[in-house]
Design a protein around this ligand. Sequence first.
Ligand SMILES: *[C@@H]1O[C@H](CO)[C@@H](O)[C@H](O)[C@H]1NC(C)=O
Ligand SMILES: *[C@@H]1O[C@H](CO)[C@@H](O)[C@H](O)[C@H]1NC(C)=O
Ligand SMILES: *[C@@H]1O[C@H](CO)[C@@H](O)[C@H](O)[C@H]1NC(C)=O
Ligand SMILES: *[C@@H]1O[C@H](CO)[C@@H](O)[C@H](O)[C@H]1NC(C)=O
Ligand SMILES: *[C@@H]1O[C@H](CO)[C@@H](O)[C@H](O)[C@H]1NC(C)=O
Ligand SMILES: *[C@@H]1O[C@H](CO)[C@@H](O)[C@H](O)[C@H]1NC(C)=O
Ligand SMILES: *[C@@H]1O[C@H](CO)[C@@H](O)[C@H](O)[C@H]1NC(C)=O
Length: 281
Amino acid sequence: MSELTEIRNHEEIDSIKTKRHKGCLNHPFYDWITLLSTLFVPLVVGILTIVLPLQQQNLSNRQNENSQTIAVHNRLKDMEILHDQQKQTILNTYEQDLCNLIFKYSSINNYNDTNNDGIDDDNDDERVSLVIRTKTLYALRQLDPVRKILLIQLLIDSGIKNRINLSHLDLSSLTFPPGSFYNQLNFVNIIAKNLSFKRIHLYRSNFSYSILDGSSFQQSNCSYADFSYASLQRTDWTNTDVTQVVFNYTNLLGAKITSQQLATVQSLKGATLPNGTIVAI
Ligand SMILES: *[C@@H]1O[C@H](CO)[C@@H](O)[C@H](O)[C@H]1NC(C)=O
Ligand SMILES: *[C@@H]1O[C@H](CO)[C@@H](O)[C@H](O)[C@H]1NC(C)=O
Ligand SMILES: *[C@@H]1O[C@H](CO)[C@@H](O)[C@H](O)[C@H]1NC(C)=O
Ligand SMILES: *[C@@H]1O[C@H](CO)[C@@H](O)[C@H](O)[C@H]1NC(C)=O
Ligand SMILES: *[C@@H]1O[C@H](CO)[C@@H](O)[C@H](O)[C@H]1NC(C)=O
Ligand SMILES: *[C@@H]1O[C@H](CO)[C@@H](O)[C@H](O)[C@H]1NC(C)=O
Ligand SMILES: *[C@@H]1O[C@H](CO)[C@@H](O)[C@H](O)[C@H]1NC(C)=O
């Protein structure tokens, strides 16, 4: 065989290769387009018939979910309203009971009764006070902050607050309405952390033995108040009138009170100052 035949063989192979290629795409381009376009519509219809119901299902599922969320939301709202009404009922009942109980005080009713043998009346009054204390503590435990304040104000306005032993009352984190007149308030031995007493008149009030850490007395008038043995750590006394205040054995660690203010108080016997120094007894 010569080289020439070899070359021819090569050419043949090449031409066969190209023919094979052509065989694969042996339809012209136009045929393909026609085929695709004829297939396209049924294909799309087919896909849509499968996908559309699925989507609808999805949609209705989502609608279901939505309506379920709305239902839960409504239910929560209903419960909130119910709880709110219950709290209002508790407050209203307390007010009614308080009014009825105040009339039971013998020393108010029979103030000028000449026949009274003092002791019995005192016992009766003590019992009335005890009932009011119990009802007060019970109601306070169930109320929200706003109604707690309303209840305390009710007690203050009734004028009997000093006859009730409010010991161990928990008034933590409450905010009393600024500008209130609570002069001669008797908050002995109560728990009231983070209380807000801003711009309140607390002249001659008594907070002895109370825990008032983190509370604020900003701009209030605390003149002549008694804070003996109270825990007043981190309390705020910015622009507070502390004239003649009794701070005997008080803990003022970290409190915001100036030395000018401390110079106006009545006594700091045994007190812990903001910087940790303990005043000599
Ligand atoms: C008690 O009696 C005195 C004198 O009779 C009278 O001035 C006073 O107002 C009476 N007090 C009350 C609370 O009724
Ligand atoms: C008030 O109640 C507390 C606890 O019940 C009691 O320890 C305290 O002596 C009472 N204070 C007065 C003035 O009755
Ligand atoms: C009081 O406030 C402090 C600091 O803001 C906080 O860490 C603490 O838990 C609060 N205490 C109460 C009883 O709310
Ligand atoms: C404040 O209350 C305490 C405890 O009841 C009492 O010992 C103290 O005398 C009162 N302070 C004043 C200034 O009345
Ligand atoms: C605080 O109240 C007392 C008694 O009402 C009053 O005499 C005093 O001037 C008041 N202090 C301020 C700074 O208003
Ligand atoms: C506070 O301490 C001073 C100084 O010892 C004393 O004169 C005063 O009676 C005390 N006040 C109270 C309410 O205990
Ligand atoms: C703590 O504060 C008091 C009053 O402001 C001051 O007299 C005393 O020197 C201070 N003590 C220290 C150790 O800084």
